[in-house]
Design a protein around this ligand. Structure first.
Ligand code: FES
Ligand code: FES
Length: 153
């Protein structure tokens, strides 16, 4: 049995301690915005926040997920998440979209921790989030826009 707080709501869940948090979020709780990519902490598609820090939910056992878990579904109600999502829309970042929830979660965690990151800081912070469609330039521009910087064309 696990008690998880996801997006401010408490869930009592009858799941094994070693079940990955990603499975719990998607298959048990039924929130499908967090994606499965590699399952090995290599792609970032499964990124959620645990107590405000971006984590890879595919390799986090549910027993280690104590505290506040936040998923992409909550970003529309988060002031920083809203800015990031608006920048994503303004610049038309997404291509197929599969990686983008994880990208937005990672970018939001970065901007909460470092509201005015330098360009290289953004590149470094986003390096673990892969995009098979190659939207990296637009992701960088969108994070800079969400941070209130000029967007280079
Ligand atoms: S699915 Fe978790 S990092 Fe790829
Ligand atoms: S937009 Fe397709 S994988 Fe990133």
């Amino acid at each position: 049995m696990a008690t998880l707080t996801i997006n401010g709501k408490k869930h009592e869940l009858d799941v094994p301690d070693n079940m990955p948090l990603l499975w719990v979020i998607r298959d048990v709780v039924g929130m499908k915005g967090t994606k499965f990519g590699c399952g090995m902490a290599q792609c970032g598609a499964c990124t959620v926040h645990l107590n405000g820090t971006a984590i890879r939910s595919c390799v986090t056992p549910v027993s280690a997920a104590s505290g506040e878990i936040t998923t992409i579904e909550a970003m529309a109600d988060d002031p920083v998440g809203q800015k990031v999502q608006q920048a994503w829309l303004d610049l038309g970042v997404a291509q197929c979209g599969y990686c983008q929830g994880g990208q937005i979660m990672n970018a939001t965690a970065l901007l909460k921790q470092t509201p005015e990151p330098g360009t290289q800081e953004i590149i470094d912070a986003m390096a673990g989030n892969l995009c098979r469609c190659g939207t990296y330039n637009r992701i960088l521009a969108a994070v800079e826009r969400a941070a209130g910087k000029e967007v280079k064309s």
